[in-house]
Design a binder for this molecule. Structure first.
Ligand SMILES: Cc1cc2nc3c(=O)[nH]c(=O)nc-3n(C[C@H](O)[C@H](O)[C@H](O)COP(=O)(O)OP(=O)(O)OC[C@H]3O[C@@H](n4cnc5c(N)ncnc54)[C@H](O)[C@@H]3O)c2cc1C
Length: 52
């Protein structure tokens, strides 16, 4: 099956890897570069976040 995953955060990527492992053709979409700077999976600090 061909599957599109919208979200290249940790949950989207793990889902894409698992689906791919199961033999599906997976395409991941994100709104920006990966890792996206404001993604909660990868932001520089989970205690201090930008307000804008
Ligand atoms: C302050 C803070 C502390 C945390 N501490 C912990 C902790 O100690 N332990 C723990 O287990 N968890 C913690 N979490 C939770 C954990 O970080 C999140 O549950 C997890 O990172 C969420 O991953 P995600 O893939 O769902 O979202 P994200 O990592 O935010 O990824 C979402 C992706 O979707 C993309 N996206 C969004 N909208 C669109 C769109 N319209 N089109 C295309 N792409 C889009 C974004 O660019 C981004 O790349 C914390 C979260 C926060 C905010």
């Amino acid at each position: 099956m061909r599957i599109g995953v919208i979200d290249a955060g940790i949950f989207g990527l793990v889902s894409a890897i698992e689906l791919s492992t199961r033999g599906h053709k997976v395409l991941v979409f994100d709104q920006g570069s990966v890792p996206y700077p404001d993604a909660t999976s990868t932001d520089v600090s989970k205690s201090i976040r930008r307000t804008c």
